[in-house]
Each structure stands twice: as C-alpha cells, then as structure tokens.
Design a protein around this ligand. Structure first.
Ligand SMILES: *[C@@H]1O[C@H](CO)[C@@H](O)[C@H](O)[C@H]1NC(C)=O
Ligand SMILES: *[C@@H]1O[C@H](CO)[C@@H](O)[C@H](O)[C@H]1NC(C)=O
Ligand SMILES: *[C@@H]1O[C@H](CO)[C@@H](O)[C@H](O)[C@H]1NC(C)=O
Ligand SMILES: *[C@@H]1O[C@H](CO)[C@@H](O)[C@H](O)[C@H]1NC(C)=O
Length: 385
C-alpha cells in the first residue's frame, strides 16, 4: 500500500490515539479482553435468533425461523428482473445502462440477469440504490472488466486513489452477485511502484452476498471495505493485500490464489479500535499459488483474521502473520487465529508467537453465517435463469 494508505494509516493512528485518550479504558484493552468482549457480542447476537441451537456448529444458510429483516422481505416480495445482453436482445445492452434505469431510492429487489459476455464497464452503485442482484450463468459467467489503478487520472484531473480504482464499486445495502467474474487487469505493479493498487470490486454496502463469483487482480483485488458480507464458493486472486478493508465478513469454501512474485500478504484487515465489530473469517477454504504469503498483516492495531478448516499449501510463509507497523502485536488488539487447518502451510512450528491456535470455544463465533448476522438477511443464492 503506497502513499495514500500511509496517510490513512497516520490518520487512523491519530484517531486511535485521540479516542484512547478520551476513553482511557481502551488503552488497557488487552488482546484477551478485547477478544472476550467480541465473543460475548457474538454469542448475544446469536442467542437472539431463535435458531441459536440449530445453528451451532453448522454453516447452513439462515433460511429458517430467524426474523428476516422486514425491509428485505418486502423488497423480495416485489422483485423484478431485467435482462442485460450485449446483442440487444434484452432490456439493456450494458450493465451501466441497466443500473441507471433503477430509481435511486429503490425498494424492490432488482435482478439483472446478465448474459455471458465481456463487459468493459466501470460501475458504481449509489448508496441509496439497495437490493440489486447481478446474476450470471454458472457455465459462462459474465465478465466485468477494467484496469483503473490508484494512479489513473480521474475525471477531476486528479489520481483516483485506491478507493475510486474499482471496476465495480457497491455503496448500497443488500447487494447480491452470483456467477460473475470481477476483474481489474492493470499490470502487475513493479517493486516499490506507487499507485499500483487496482481494485476489481469494492463492497462498502451492508449485508452483501457473493456466490460463485471470481475476483481477479494483482495489488488490492477485493476491497472488503465495510459492512457485513458473505462470500461463498468464490475464487479470489491477487498479490499484495488482495483482500483488505474493515468489513466483517465470512468467506466460506473460497479459493485464495496468490500470484505474488516474492513476499506478499493475503489480507490487510483494518480494524483500528476495540469497539469495531470487524474482522475476516475464512472457513473451509484453500490457500494456494505463487510466492510466499502472510495470511494477514496488521493494517490497524486491532486487526482480526481467523482461518478455520482451511487447506494451506506451502505458499503460506512459515511465520504466518505480519505485524507490519505494529510494534508489539502481543500487547495490541491484533487478533490472528487458526483453527483445524491443514496442509504444509498450516504447520505451526514457525508461527509468530503472538498468533493464536484457537480452542473449540474460541473458534465457534467465526464458523457459521451467524458471524455476519446471516439469520436476518442471508437468503441463499438466487435461482439461476
Ligand atoms: C461456478 O462457476 C464456475 C465458472 O466460473 C462454473 O464452472 C461452476 O459450475 C459454477 N458452480 C456452481 C455451483 O454454479
Ligand atoms: C487499460 O485498458 C485500455 C483499454 O483496453 C488500454 O487502452 C490501456 O492501455 C490500458 N491501460 C493500462 C495501464 O494497461
Ligand atoms: C496448488 O497449486 C498447485 C500448482 O498449481 C497444484 O498442483 C495443487 O494441486 C494445488 N493445491 C490445491 C489444494 O489446490
Ligand atoms: C513442520 O515444520 C517443521 C520445521 O520445518 C518440520 O520439522 C515438521 O516436520 C513439520 N511438520 C509437518 C507435520 O509437516
């Protein structure tokens, strides 16, 4: 992460300091205390759901008796579908045209049935345009591609920065995508090159789900910016920090493919204060590819990442985790854990001493869709056309 991220880092550092000063209890928040608070937050949220017992230890989608968010239920009951086809045989010829036709304060589920094709488009879904679904074909997923980087000059004559580099940026809530390939094809950045960050997808909206999607990029492929997110059966490829941000996300059955040439980090999770309910959980996944990767590096002194039931090829560096700018990770709120992982990359022998091999009880909050409060909003994959 180059210049702009350093700025953010300094900014958050200052924010963290000022917050700590105004609330001295945060300063003493040891790793263990922070974790306990978080576990109890999880368990409480989880107990409110009537499916608490039924959900324990399972990863089933919360399609049961849980109280579905009423706004979402209403949107689903009124759903509409439009066909996007480049050959002119549908309702719209481009995804952008389809998105522009949707009312800003949309209240119904709008499914864009996107026919196979390579869509060279830059798409930004505005914040108030909720309930959008991008649905592709499993045998021939639509490809949405672009190549903007942080250094690309935007319409205002200034570099876009990482935030505006995405091929697809989602700012709204309740977004769903299935069978879509999101790409940023910017060339692999040279060592030390500034502005090489090139995001394929940024998800800044709350309660978003991605099924059987793929994300291709090099540096900063998937900007898991903020909100509750669920990724299932996804393929994610990149080099430096290829999953980053401060989302609270569950990645289930995903394939994480490093194309690093030397040493890079798979995640850069940006939890900056103990009160942030943020963190990445990877379960039943595979880590593979080239170079050597850290499972995570601490972009924030409460960075939180857990891998469970994941097969790790030897691409994972033996230390496993990087403290990056955090001087004393064991005394900070950084929380990196592993549970029931396997493969040569999961060998615990060389692990940094401040990483955690989780107990059953410690791992439990991270293992199911309850981790992202799924019982109120996860409906499972949309039915393919
Ligand atoms: C997921 O997408 C791939 C192509 O990207 C396809 O081969 C596979 O059948 C899809 N799986 C499901 C479960 O739809
Ligand atoms: C980005 O893609 C466009 C269109 O294909 C191409 O003209 C341009 O050279 C590419 N830029 C970079 C930096 O690869
Ligand atoms: C990891 O990648 C190598 C090389 O492509 C391949 O031979 C191996 O089967 C992969 N492992 C897994 C678990 O996918
Ligand atoms: C783990 O790594 C150590 C040191 O490299 C090695 O001696 C040991 O055999 C490895 N364990 C497994 C199960 O591969």
């Amino acid at each position: 992460m180059a210049l702009s991220l350093h700025y953010y880092f300094i900014l958050f550092f200052l924010l963290t300091i000022s917050k700590s000063n105004s609330n001295p209890s945060l300063q003493n928040d040891s790793n263990a205390d922070g974790f306990k608070k978080w576990v109890s937050w999880n368990v409480q949220t989880y107990k409110r759901s009537s499916s608490f017992e039924a959900n324990l230890g399972s990863n089933r989608l919360a399609d049961g008796p849980g109280p579905l968010d009423p706004k979402l239920a209403k949107a689903e009951a009124a759903k509409v579908k439009y066909i996007v086809s480049q050959d002119g045989g549908g309702d719209y010829k481009s995804i952008r045209e389809a998105v522009e036709s949707i009312p800003l304060k949309n209240t119904r589920r709008v499914i864009l049935d996107i026919k196979p094709g390579i869509y060279r488009e830059k798409i930004v879904i505005p914040k108030s345009m909720s309930f959008i679904t991008f649905l592709g074909r499993s045998d021939s997923p639509a490809v949405i591609t672009g190549n903007d980087t942080a250094a690309t000059i935007g319409p205002d004559g200034k570099p876009m920065n990482t935030f505006h580099s995405p091929t697809v940026a989602i700012n709204s809530n309740y977004f769903v995508a299935a069978n879509i390939r999101f790409e940023n094809t910017a060339p692999y950045p040279d060592v030390g090159q500034a502005g090489g960050q090139a995001v394929a997808l940024r998800i800044s909206g709350d309660k978003a789900a991605f099924y059987n999607c793929s994300f291709y990029g090099t540096q900063d492929t998937l900007y898991d910016h903020k909100g509750l997110h669920y990724f299932k059966n996804c393929f994610i490829q990149g080099s430096v920090d290829f999953i980053f941000g401060y989302g609270r996300s569950l990645y289930e059955n995903c394939y994480l493919n490093s194309i690093a040439k030397r040493v890079a980090s798979l995640t850069a999770q940006k939890r900056t204060i103990a009160t942030m309910e943020s963190g990445f959980s990877f379960t039943k996944s595979t880590v593979n590819g080239s170079g050597l990767v850290y499972l995570g590096r601490a972009w924030g002194d409460h960075s939180r990442v857990v891998f469970s039931y994941t097969f790790m090829e030897k691409v994972v560096i033996s230390g496993g985790w990087s403290n990056w700018h955090i001087q004393l990770p064991e005394e900070s709120g950084v929380y990196y854990g592993e549970y029931q992982c396997s493969g040569p990359g999961a060998n615990w022998t060389g692990r940094v001493h401040w990483a955690h091999l989780l107990t059953d009880e410690e791992a439990q909050p991270f293992l199911g869709t309850y981790y992202v409060g799924g019982e109120t909003w996860l409906l499972g994959p949309p039915v393919a056309p």
